[in-house]
Design a protein around this ligand. Sequence first.
Ligand code: ADP
Length: 451
Amino acid sequence: MFERILIANRGEIALRVIRACKELGIGTVAVFSEADRGAQYLELADQAFCIGTAKSADSYLKIDQIIAAAEAGNVDAIHPGYGFLAENSHFNEVCRSCDFEFIGPSPDAMEKLGDKAQARAMAIAADVPVVPGSPGLIESHEAAVEAAKKIGYPVLIKATAGGGGKGMRVAMDEASLQTSLSQAQTEAKAAFGNGGVYLERFIDRPRHVEVQIIADKHGNVVHLGERDCSVQRRHQKLVEESPSPRLPKKTRDAMCEAAVRLVKSANYFNAATVEFIVDQNDDFYFIEVNARIQVEHPVTEMVTGIDLIKTQILVAAGEVLPFKQSDIKPRGASIECRINAEDPDKNFQPCPGKIQAMYVPGGMGVRFDSHAHTGYTVPPHYDSMIGKLIVYRPTRKEAIATMRRCLAELRVTGIKTTAGFQSEVLAQPEFADGTVDTKWVEREFLPRRGK
Ligand code: ADP
């Protein structure tokens, strides 16, 4: 087992990994930017190194600084968390070539599955349903017109290197295809340095359902069930839950098995999430793989009882998965709300600043993963999530009631948060019915709310 791990991240996920390491008896090395200097969670690590100035490009994305900290801290392994360098196969390779185990997949598997068009081709080869679309990347406008005719409008133009909804455009007809195509290509080239795009049929009112996978280096691949992340605003997830409400057992089983097939075919190890969209007929289609731990992993931990971060560390150290597929029996219902320092009444504008007072809810089945506290200053340089409120109850109905109680109990003064907004979402009949689709917040809830 590892003696010491460096966490190449900040905030909530850095704290989450430090906690797992402590329980495993593993030493921890944290890194921080000037903007995070003095943050309380850093005191929980055995050592902490400053790796640069506030801007991520000059700190959390600085590979040489992180490697220097790993050397100074004499660690055996590096946990990348999510975001920043977590899906950067070059960083993965550099870590390994410097003899630090990267807690994640091999650079090769990361690269193959990280490219959406390649992952799509692998999914087809592994007999995993994909959204009907162009056979590969679109090379010319004529090819796009041709492909879109076969697929049927509206079509979605997607960047192969895409993420966070960037480089994605809907074309309603042939006339808008040309402009949308060049817009998507330009946006993708600017954001990812790769302008490659492909087409998919635009699925009407889909739900977003994803499967958690964990795999060891001995060929064992186990799925830990699914999460539903349909409550989104502009492709940003706001509420996540497990299990997915209303998903027929047949669909769930087929989806989980498909996710395992795909990951196996890539000789993948460590944690992965295979994302699908589910249409109104409960047919599911693969959309992408996230080759890292995800923000919403706690809901899976709650229903399966498995600590995903600890398991990531175990399998990275070469251990065999301590459970088999038949051992996984999800129970109960878990919901997570991402508490962001944003103002829902001002178009979710980020609200960095000092938290004057913070009161955290508790009680049965309540978990709050957060690095924030009274007196903490949310820096303006990074994403605005200040914590994740997670509940776990025997039934979904009880989980909703507990979450609403907790959102009301959570008090954060000095900055605005999304908590009140999430409480309103959870009170809607569509949420109770489990019929929310990925555009519901923008199409129905925001206009209804009228702010
Ligand atoms: P990104 O990596 O940029 O987030 P994804 O491929 O994960 O892009 O898609 C993001 C979201 O876009 C999905 O959660 C879903 O809501 C929507 N989406 C993706 N593909 C389709 C599609 N073919 N039809 C309709 N909506 C889609």
